[in-house]
Design a protein around this ligand. Structure first.
Ligand code: SAM
Length: 425
């Protein structure tokens, strides 16, 4: 693999390419590196490589011509990467794919960046090393080179190391330990001293799953998860804060078509479907809030039928789905009930299709680590203003940008719960 670095600071790479595994790989010829300085292609007395931006504003922009000439020096068929914060994130799978190239050019920007027309003149692949801004593309290029080089045969001492590292299997890595066996009272896990390779491999797999589950759950979508992995993850999930999340379906006070405060009737479909969402995501209870006595009686009968009666025998899954449902007279009763169950007053979060809200779903997830959260959903034409004003927070609406924004309350419940908890939160 030959890296061609296009940079205004070729000396930047001296030390990183001189030491450690990168230095050895260059010595052994596993890697080759050329540095091409666009300044070499300037023709004016000052060897100018930048100029002020059209349209004004701070900083300088890299000139096209020196860069075009530098890129024209590349061998034909060379894949070209432009390091830029707006690029695709660099990850292990991109590094592995780039490792298949014979020639790879890395274009490093400086100042405010590069004249945008360079991207029209060349087929450049935009790559970012993270959502932050560096002084120049050189340190980003170094990250990319190291991550790619680790996939080159002969680069690592033991070739299997690259496959065992974080991300290679779609998971974060398990923890490592070395001598001494005990330090400041902290012992190396017994299993690692057992000499039992099967147990050690199983322990490492579980720690990998656990680290990924706790630190980067979004990575756990890999089809590489085995049935044993899923069993283990389900065990972990049962200890998660989903149970700290409660739903209330409010039938009074809600708005009617004219915006006046009113009361709605219970809806069989909502009771079932929201119950199924709660069971699927392992939520705490869900409350059906209605002050109407006949509706309370009706809801009680319905729940009993599915939880204990012939409904439960015919459909045990439905019994489980409705097991978390409870009929209460008001939202205040739901709050009191959660307080009596958990010993803590829940944070009450109202929902609405309008307004900006002051909390989004990822912030609700963070709140769940501290206190129970009661997510309040309105029926009819939405929660009354009174409920929204008295709530601790208002959730940001699900579709800020769409023109049409009229979801059924059971659809909204599903989307909100999934955005908060997802599959593994
Ligand atoms: C000071 S930055 C320019 C930032 C640019 N004005 C912006 O807001 O996106 C100079 C150069 O550093 C490189 N760079 C900065 N941050 C980077 C990142 N996160 N990933 C990859 N390259 C980066 C790019 O080559 C960029 O042209």
């Amino acid at each position: 693999m030959h890296f061609h670095i296009i940079t205004l600071f070729p000396e930047y790479f001296d030390s990183p390419l001189d030491c450690g595994l990168m230095g050895k790989a260059l010595e052994k010829g596993i890697l080759e590196v050329s540095r091409i300085n666009p300044r070499e292609f300037t023709r004016d007395r000052h060897r100018t490589v930048d100029d002020r931006p059209y349209g004004g504003g701070p900083g300088m922009v890299m000139l096209l011509d020196p860069l075009v000439q530098a890129l024209n020096e590349l061998p034909s068929g060379c894949r070209k990467v432009l390091l830029t914060p707006k690029g695709n994130p660099l990850d292990q799978s991109l590094a592995a794919r780039l490792a298949g190239e014979d020639d790879l050019a890395l274009v490093c920007g400086r100042y405010e960046g590069i004249d945008a027309r360079l991207e029209e003149l060349f087929d450049l692949e935009l790559v970012s090393v993270g959502d932050f801004v560096l002084n120049g593309g050189e340190s980003a290029a170094l990250c990319l080179m190291e991550s790619v080089a680790r996939f080159m045969p002969g680069f690592l001492g033991r070739q299997e190391s690259a496959g065992e590292e974080s991300f290679s299997s779609g998971l974060l890595e398990y923890p490592h330990y070395t001598r001494p066996e005990e330090y400041a009272g902290l012992k190396v896990p017994d299993v690692l001293l057992s000499g039992d390779h099967g147990r050690i491999a199983a322990w490492r797999r579980q720690r990998s799953l656990e680290n990924t589950f706790r630190l980067r759950p979004e990575l756990l979508t890999s089809p590489l998860l085995t049935p044993e992995d899923l069993d283990f993850l389900q065990g972990l999930q049962r200890t998660r804060p989903g149970r700290n999340l409660y739903l209330a379906l409010v039938h009074h006070p809600v708005k009617n078509k004219m915006g006046q405060e009113s009361t709605t009737s219970l809806t069989n479909l909502d009771i079932h479907d929201i119950g199924r969402v709660c069971a699927t995501y392992g939520l705490g209870k869900y409350y059906l809030c209605t002050p109407l006595q006949d509706q309370q009686v009706l809801a009680g009968r319905l729940l009993r039928h599915w939880r204990e009666g012939s409904g439960a025998q015919a459909n045990p899954d439905r019994a489980r789905a409705l097991s978390g449902g409870e009929v209460v007279s008001s939202l205040e009763d739901a709050v009191e009930n959660i307080e009596s169950l958990t010993g803590r007053k829940p944070r009450v979060v109202a929902t609405s299709a309008s307004g900006n809200g002051d909390l989004d779903c990822s912030q609700v997830l963070q709140c769940l680590d501290e206190d129970p959260v009661l997510m309040v959903l309105g029926t009819g034409y939405g929660l009354s203003d009174r409920i929204v004003q008295e709530a601790d927070n208002l959730l940001a609406p699900l579709r800020l940008l769409g023109g049409y924004n009229h979801l059924s309350v059971r659809s909204a419940a599903s989307i909100i719960v999934d955005r908060i908890l997802g599959d593994f939160a």
